[in-house]
Design a protein. Sequence first.
Length: 50
Amino acid sequence: MSAVGAAGAEAASSPNITRDECTAAGGQVTARPYDGYVCAMPDGTSQPIT
C-alpha cells in the first residue's frame, strides 16, 4: 500500500483529521462559514478538520 493509500484509509476511518493528514491524502482544506474547516477529499467526501 502506498503512503497516500494508507493516509486515505486512515482518514476514512477517523471522524476528524488534521490539515497535514488531509493534504497527505490528496485532499484540499476549505473553510465553511460557521462550520470551521473541512477536508474535501478527491473521492468527493469531506471530513471536519481538527
